[in-house]
Design a protein around this ligand. Sequence first.
Ligand SMILES: NC(=O)c1ccc[n+]([C@@H]2O[C@H](COP(=O)([O-])OP(=O)(O)OC[C@H]3O[C@@H](n4cnc5c(N)ncnc54)[C@H](OP(=O)(O)O)[C@@H]3O)[C@@H](O)[C@H]2O)c1
Length: 348
Amino acid sequence: MVDVPTKMQYVKFGNTGLKVSRLCLGCMGFGDPKWFNWLIEEKESIEVIGEVYKRGINFFDTANCYSNGKSEIILGKAIKQFNMPRGRIVVATKAAIAVHDDMSFNPAPRDDPNFVNRFGASRKHLFDAVDESLKRLDLDYIDLYQIHRFSDDVPLEETMRALHDIVQSGKVRYIGASAIPAWKFQKANQIAEKNGWTKFVSMQNLYNLIYREEEREMMPYCEDSGVAVIPFSPLAGGILARKPDVKTSRSDHANRIKSVYVKTREEKDVDIIVDQVVAIAEKRGVTPAQVTLAWELSKPYVTAPIVGITKIKHLDDLIGGLDLELTKEEIEALEKNYYPRPPMPFGF
Ligand SMILES: NC(=O)c1ccc[n+]([C@@H]2O[C@H](COP(=O)([O-])OP(=O)(O)OC[C@H]3O[C@@H](n4cnc5c(N)ncnc54)[C@H](OP(=O)(O)O)[C@@H]3O)[C@@H](O)[C@H]2O)c1
């Protein structure tokens, strides 16, 4: 079912033979508002996923921990409800962060004896987690299985061997990683190569106009080695999609995340970049979100940004801007006010 004319483009997923839509739908916004208050619930979420699919997006990113499993359940139901051919869609999920019974958001409970072995990148946990995700998604296999965060106390050899065995079992087609320092990501792939195990084919990292630290090491490594790059929060949770003073259901939360991930000297260090986005949007007669996305897509190493969509008007806006090309001068103007930030925290 793809019955709406779409401007969607499909691209090769790094060095693999897989094809994904140029935009990936992030499914963190679907689930239970007790997890984060801006989330939309099941019925509305399924409707949004259906509209997204109709417009040509075939690539979906979720995680076992999003709304403590609810996001995976919703995605699985939408796939069934809209009869999405399994061979056409690419389903990505992640593991390593704990899935709680209590819906309220909690960081990984490192010291809680009830959670021993129930999170992290150990062989034991990954084997359990993949089965639980398959059950929630109600699918026979996952296309892209990603390590959400690595565990400092689990040898990389153990994680890579476990992921290889999961691929061999037929439960997963490709593996990827998220939010890890470049040296460790490269080392993990070296370990896999040395042992003839499955290598990571993708990197899901925070990358947008207000957090560009990945341009130092990770992006050059991925470009050089043919690893697909699927940045998360390309609009910085909405901060780069509107004027700084506009309030939305998510803006307070987005600002809190900004202070965790994007540590600036002063608040105005972000606003000055947002002001440039807005100025270019006004000059070109497009929206700020379209300008931000066009900047991200101008980078040759970016395969498919993972956008957060909970409103159809946002979806149409982003798809409508897919052809927008920025000039060299506009890109320079967007980038010139950035200065280095401390790296985002990679662990939990
Ligand atoms: N691997 C990781 O650690 C990690 C971490 C975070 C996210 N992710 C993944 O990345 C996905 C996307 O993350 P994200 O939601 O932070 O991405 P994002 O695309 O940067 O932000 C999405 C937010 O931007 C606003 N927005 C979207 N389109 C817009 C438009 N056209 N015009 C105006 N505003 C627009 C909306 O906020 P308002 O509703 O406030 O307008 C929306 O909630 C998640 O769903 C998840 O799959 C992964």
